[in-house]
Design a protein around this ligand. Structure first.
Ligand SMILES: Cc1cc2nc3c(=O)[nH]c(=O)nc-3n(C[C@H](O)[C@H](O)[C@H](O)COP(=O)(O)OP(=O)(O)OC[C@H]3O[C@@H](n4cnc5c(N)ncnc54)[C@H](O)[C@@H]3O)c2cc1C
Ligand code: HEM
Length: 418
């Protein structure tokens, strides 16, 4: 809990910290990588650094966490941290690295805010940092120990046994274990970090959702090429799609991820767009393997049928699930040969389908898609706690809450935590 001494100091300085936190995060990362260039080899994603999204995510998480503590100093808002802890665990982050991050973060705070950082202010923010850090360290320790690994041993080599061109831009990889160690199970909806050596010798990790249930031997994931347009092309996705061949060895982390199918026996609605289909395909595959009889509604949006990755696997699984339906929306019109349950033109319109009562909702796709769909669900009275979403990048939703979470604002934190 936050001490009585620190609470008023955090409350008083939160607006100025929140206002400057993205600049603090920018300088923090520059300073961190100057002092520890090894963190850019295999740990941090340099694409997110170049785009600035990781800086925004870090800043947002600190501001949201501090706001929640000011509101309720007795309660460390651990639920805000699950996504971060899973991402950290998938990258093998260690407790000792929290000291390194601390020192560089506090250097950046002083660098940006200057003399405003009195010893009293520094001590109060130090307390917030360590509340956050220990909550994360404990969650990560739990994640490592429940999987029987240490941070250094989350990685393992696999051999590519199949590569399938799903669409013009998406390749599915199936990999098989090459050692005798047991293949650890995954929960439906989880991802792995894949660590790839780039042409300049630097290793780069990226996350890919698992698209098939476990069979004790394989993992499967699908990669969409990121085309840069006026920016550089995505480095890892293109390297994998262009270069990774059958027989090659790829390094994958254990599966992690907090957006997983709830096993409460409620109806399920999947809402995906584009490559956001991947976690849904994984969850459907798990439901099929378990012989589920639940009411399941899969709603997917894409450009056209040819662009719908994993469509045959998804349809095959839907047909094996007695309570499942598949509806698709194609931007280029309601044309296609797949025998789906509903073929619609344009973008997802929830008025065109019947949604089961009391369902758990899972969303994945571009942020504007998820915002629109989530808004439509909330308008229909679906409670926020029934809607989970997966973001294919650093989660910027919490950052959006920063301005709303200034002391005195109404309950945005629980909203941001969905
Ligand atoms: C939990 C999770 C699950 C995911 N699941 C999947 C999945 O199942 N399938 C899938 O395909 N993807 C998935 N992703 C996304 C995936 O992890 C990668 O982010 C994606 O493949 C892009 O990586 P990349 O290396 O190709 O692109 P990057 O090189 O990281 O580039 C990303 C963006 O940054 C821009 N950029 C890069 N360098 C610069 C620069 N110097 N200046 C300006 N802009 C720059 C690029 O133009 C591009 O738009 C998932 C992500 C997460 C977090
Ligand atoms: C209290 C301390 C910390 C906080 C608040 C924090 C916060 C975050 C947040 C918000 C994300 C983005 C999660 C997402 O939505 O994907 C993240 C990712 C990450 N964090 Fe931390 N973190 C902390 C400590 C650390 C430490 C000690 C390390 C080790 C060097 C670390 C390394 C990383 C890496 C490598 C990523 C993924 C970055 C990317 O993909 O761009 N973090 N962290």
């Amino acid at each position: 809990m936050l001490s009585d001494r620190s609470r008023p100091v955090i409350e008083a300085t939160l607006p100025v910290v929140a206002e400057n936190i993205e600049e603090i995060a920018r300088r923090f990362y520059a300073h961190l990588f100057d002092a520890h260039p090894e963190l850019l080899d295999g740990t941090f994603n340099r694409g997110n650094q170049a785009e600035g999204t990781q800086q925004v995510a870090l800043a947002g998480s600190v501001a949201v966490f501090a706001s929640a503590l000011v509101k309720d100093p007795e309660q460390v808002p651990e639920h805000l941290l699950a996504r971060i802890a899973h991402k950290h665990a998938s990258l093998g982050i260690t407790p000792a690295q929290y000291d390194v991050v601390h020192d560089n973060l506090f250097w950046a705070i002083v660098d940006v805010l200057g003399p405003a950082v009195t010893p009293e202010v520094a001590a109060a923010w130090d307390e917030v940092y360590w509340l956050m850090a220990y909550a994360l360290i404990n969650m990560e320790r739990g994640l490592y120990s429940s999987r029987g690994v240490r941070p250094e041993t989350v990685w393992r080599d696999w051999e590519v046994t199949e590569r399938t061109d799903e669409t013009a831009d998406v390749v599915t990889f199936r990999v098989r274990r090459i050692d005798d160690r047991l293949v650890k199970t995954s929960l439906p909806g989880q991802y792995v970090s894949v660590r790839v050596q780039m042409p300049d010798g630097v290793r780069q990790p990226r996350q890919y959702s698992l698209t098939r249930a476990d069979d004790g031997q394989h993992r499967q994931f699908s990669v969409k090429r990121v085309r840069g347009g006026d920016k550089p092309d995505g480095e890892v996705s293109n390297q994998l799609c262009d270069r990774a061949q059958v027989g090659d060895v790829l390094t994958l982390s254990l599966p992690f991820g907090d957006v997983v199918l709830d096993d409460s026996g409620r109806p399920v609605v999947f809402l995906s767009a584009g490559i956001g289909v991947t976690p849904m395909a994984g969850m459907l595959s798990h439901l099929t393997a378990a012989g589920s009889r639940l009411p399941i509604t899969m709603l997917h949006a894409d450009v056209d049928e040819e662009s719908f990755a994993l469509r045959r696997q998804v349809l095959h699984d839907v047909r094996r699930l007695p309570g499942a339906e598949l509806h698709v929306w194609y931007e280029r019109g309601a044309h296609g040969t797949l025998p789906v349950d509903g073929l619609h033109a344009g973008t997802v319109d929830l008025d065109e389908v019947d949604l089961p009562v009391g369902a758990a909702y899972y969303l994945c796709g571009p942020l504007p898609f998820m915002r629109a769909v989530r808004g439509a669900l909330l308008d229909r009275g679906v409670p926020p706690r029934d809607i989970q979403y997966e973001v294919f990048g650093p989660d910027l939703w919490q950052a959006d809450m920063v301005t709303e979470t200034a002391p005195g604002a109404t309950d945005p934190v629980t909203e941001g935590a969905q």
